[in-house]
Design a protein around this ligand. Structure first.
Ligand code: TRP
Ligand code: SF4
Length: 404
């Protein structure tokens, strides 16, 4: 079975080449090998922009448009708006019951962002709950893998801890102690002693090796069923049945797309090229972008390693062209405009089909809406499966007339 992958983006403005090379190319790869759920995190946008929500709807459609424009395929991946799948909210509410306040308060981004966005009042329940809502987004689909940037790793850690805590609280079967005793009786005294030693080693000494040894030990106890073995292993680790899946971060670090000034490309640095940027503006930005500051005159040799233009060549040029740059720059054989010219062509070539497809979808709002509707319906179906297990585990009455 292919792994389940979930990821979201907040609708906070047009995407740029940094998003494309850093995140979306990963999504494009994943949509071919995994069951993907990609959504517009519009509720997450509200956690910081609740006072000024004006742009969220438009930015949401823009985001979907741009995903389609780069080639995210709604036949392969499920695309939707978070707020159209209220199951995210129900799971967040239920998980909130077992979320220690301290887990949320100690997330580094909580204090950091409050400091950084000081002009906004972020002393809110919603903002504190940001990682909790994100956890619901992920656990709702049983995602094994979550492609995120390094800035989201702390949030993912909360997701893992919450899944574990949930399974510990609700996955422990009431009859587990009796079943363990029964299995031990069947294993006999010597095996039981060996098993209990391993339990001690894991629980008191935190010796992870003990898990593997227990696995080997139990595998050889032929009086045990597969269920017994799984139960004894869970008990050793103090874990419950896996009702919610612990997700893993899929770090998208490799592609740190350089911006026009050599720093990481980011809206806050004002060094971006947007995916839908007008070709004249792209040309203008690249023509005027800074080069090696030591190369003042045309006849001065330069150092590509100190030049933001060369950083872009690393992304867009093959080995041969990079050699041409290095040799020409160091010997002052080529000028900077000459050096930029093939780069400009490559960037324009990359952006042309993206811009074209974006225009296609931008002209078809009704179709886009339909597509988002279908995505949400598919997402809700998958989400309901998880939610039913969660509702039952938490002692709620299930009904066939549960709103779906
Ligand atoms: N917090 C993420 C960001 O700012 C967006 C997001 C919301 C997300 N829910 C998610 C990412 C679930 C991955 C999985 O980038
Ligand atoms: Fe940069 Fe190219 Fe000019 Fe060298 S020739 S300084 S690499 S733009």
């Amino acid at each position: 079975m292919s792994p389940v992958v979930v990821s979201g983006m907040r609708p906070t403005g047009r995407l740029h080449l940094g998003h494309y090379h850093g995140v979306l190319k990963n999504w494009l790869r994943l949509q071919n090998s995994a069951e993907c759920y990609f959504f517009v995190a519009d509720w997450h946008a509200l956690t910081t922009h609740y006072e000024t929500p004006g742009g969220i709807a438009e930015a949401s459609w823009d985001l979907l448009t741009e995903w389609l424009a780069v080639g995210i395929d709604p036949e392969r991946a499920t695309l939707f708006l978070q707020s159209w799948v209220p199951q995210h909210a129900e799971l967040a509410l239920l998980l909130g019951m077992l979320t220690p306040l301290s887990w949320l308060e100690r997330v580094p981004t909580f204090k950091d962002q409050q400091e950084k966005l000081r002009e906004r009042d972020l002393a809110t329940y919603g903002f504190l709950g940001y990682p909790l809502l994100m956890t619901a987004d992920i656990l709702l689909y049983g995602a094994e893998e979550v492609p995120v940037g390094a800035d989201q790793v702390a949030h993912l850690e909360i997701s893992r801890e919450l899944a574990r805590r949930f399974n510990f609280l609700y996955g422990r079967e009431a009859d587990a102690p009796a079943r363990v005793a029964d299995a031990e009786k069947r294993m006999g005294k010597a095996w039981t002693r060996a098993y209990r030693d391993l339990v001690q080693r894991y629980r008191t000494a935190g010796d992870v090796q003990a898990v593997e040894e227990a696995q080997a030990l139990l595998a050889e106890a032929c009086s045990l069923s597969a269920d017994d073995r799984a139960l004894l292993l869970r008990e050793l680790q103090g874990r419950g049945r896996e009702i919610l899946v612990e997700p893993r971060a899929l770090l998208t670090e490799a592609a740190r797309m350089p911006g026009l000034d050599g720093q990481k490309m980011s809206k806050s640095y004002g060094n971006t090229i947007a995916l839908r940027e007008d070709p004249d503006s792209v040309r203008q930005k690249l023509r005027t972008m800074p080069t090696d500051p030591a190369r003042v005159r045309r006849q001065d040799p330069g150092d590509p390693d100190k030049c933001p233009v060369f950083a872009l060549h690393q992304v867009y040029s093959d080995a041969q062209r990079r050699e041409w740059v290095v040799a020409g720059c160091r010997s002052a054989g080529i000028g900077c405009l000459e050096c930029k010219s093939p780069l400009i062509d490559s960037v324009l070539e990359e952006l042309a089909p993206i811009r074209e497809r974006a225009e296609f979808w931008a002209a078809r709002p009704a179709e886009l809406r339909d597509l988002a509707k279908q995505g949400a319906a598919r997402a809700r179906r998958r989400a309901e499966g998880t939610l039913d297990r969660v509702r039952a585990a938490m002692g709620l009455v299930l009904g066939d007339d549960h709103p779906r």
